[in-house]
Design a protein around this ligand. Sequence first.
Ligand SMILES: Nc1ncnc2c1ncn2[C@@H]1O[C@H](COP(=O)(O)OP(=O)(O)O)[C@@H](O)[C@H]1O
Ligand SMILES: [Mg+2]
Length: 240
Amino acid sequence: MKKRKVMENDLVPTHISVFDKISFGGFKRNSINLLAGNPGTGKTIFSALFLINGIKYQNEPGIYITFEEKKENFYKDMLSLGYDMAKYEKQGKFAFLEYTPEQVRNVLVEGGGVIESMIDKIKAKRIVLDSITSFTLLYEDELAKKEAALSLFDLINKWDATALLTSQNEINSDTEVKVSLEFEVDSVVLFYHFRHKGVRKRAIEILKMRRSDHSEKVFEMDITSKGIVINPNKIVKFLD
Ligand SMILES: Nc1ncnc2c1ncn2[C@@H]1O[C@H](COP(=O)(O)OP(=O)(O)O)[C@@H](O)[C@H]1O
Ligand SMILES: [Mg+2]
């Protein structure tokens, strides 16, 4: 087995294209990070690659908790990108937890439960929750949603792991993004898929990163059979 490589003391590299460059090193260790965007913008692929690369390059096991994806479909999609999730699962480096939002609500009431024992079992260092939107939909008003999200964050903070949460966001105009949990998380990454002169284009932007420098630009992004490709030289201007 490869020896664990410690890159930076307090940063968790994603090894996703040039994301580590534009984020000046990756996510903060044990932070909570929001990936926001419309459906089909690449949030699931990004978060899956974050886990896969953690296993491959950092020897950091990961857990994917989802309310939306079916295990079989997810494994198939990842296999088409060249990743054998079943193999990682057998090696005890990856766990797929299909949860209903209600089950997660119970976890909040009862404490960590199945999720926590799974984290302990595989010693997960990276956690993805896809998506927080379906979880907050359980709660009716904005205040209750926010309180529920905050207790979820409290729970995640107890785990010794870096978390990515995906969020379906209403992007009303190209520049106006409503991210209601923005002020509660350590970073917000925005994913775009928009039409420009008759062609659909993808883009990625780091909206904020607490206590850390990052690029302020919006970069062109592609999803290919190789995964996510961010072009550091193509700054998207037509969103302005
Ligand atoms: N092998 C591939 N080649 C090109 N595009 C792909 C490939 N796999 C998935 N995609 C694109 O990625 C999109 C799905 O991204 P996904 O991460 O599921 O979005 P989200 O989670 O934000 O809804 C699909 O709409 C599809 O266009
Ligand atoms: Mg998704």
